[in-house]
Design a protein around this ligand. Structure first.
Ligand SMILES: Nc1nc2c(c(=O)[nH]1)N[C@H]1C(S)=C(S)[C@@H](COP(=O)(O)O)O[C@H]1N2
Ligand SMILES: [Mo]
Length: 170
């Protein structure tokens, strides 16, 4: 091969690698991808930060009890494992300063809004990934995970967003 051909080949390879890196970045921001890969997308304005399971575990897990009460089950206490929602937002480098609400979305489009006061209360709003010592399974395996918002102080669990893929501060 002459020098020009080598240069063109190297140039093409760089472009291809760049395109794949870009496509991968876009894919990471996609909700279905996040759900399948136990990632959560955090948003503040135009800023998007993706946290993976390792990032979330590294925040420092806590165990807490909460009473699950759905339309089909009687109230029952469970022990959940997870991290305070406030710390997830901090881990992503986002600020709650001068914000009004935090919007949590599930992969099915279910959306729950929390006030900043609720999020600042580290005994109330959690991002859970296990219940009674078992990992929360994703939607296609009949679970409510891999992440579920738990709002302990809510009497009913309709605001406990299952399959969390996105958290936006506004
Ligand atoms: N992502 C998501 N989270 C959700 C829901 C939902 O449809 N999608 N339903 C809510 C309601 S109304 C209840 S009562 C609880 C428990 O619902 P389940 O009994 O269907 O699990 O989850 C809440 N979280
Ligand atoms: Mo419900």
């Amino acid at each position: 091969m002459d020098k020009n051909k080598i240069k063109i080949t190297i140039g093409l390879l760089i472009v291809i690698v760049g395109v794949f890196a870009f496509m991968n970045r876009e894919l990471m921001k996609e909700k279905g991808y996040a759900h399948e890969n136990a990632q959560v997308i955090l948003k503040e304005g135009d800023l998007e930060v993706v946290l993976n399971h390792e990032n979330i575990i590294n925040i420092g897990q806590v165990h807490f009890t909460a009473i699950l009460d759905t339309s089909t089950t009687d109230p029952e206490e469970h022990t959940y494992t997870g991290v305070p929602l406030k710390k997830v937002i901090e881990e992503a480098g986002l600020s709650l300063d001068k914000k009004e609400i935090v919007i949590v979305k599930g992969v099915d489009g279910y959306t729950v809004a929390l006030s900043i006061e609720e999020v600042l209360d580290e005994e109330n709003a959690f991002l859970a990934y296990a219940v009674d010592g078992k990992a929360l399974k994703p939607k296609n395996r009949g679970g409510s995970g891999p992440y579920q918002l738990i709002v302990r102080k809510d009497q009913f669990s309709q605001r406990w967003c299952k399959f969390v893929v996105e958290i936006e501060v506004k």
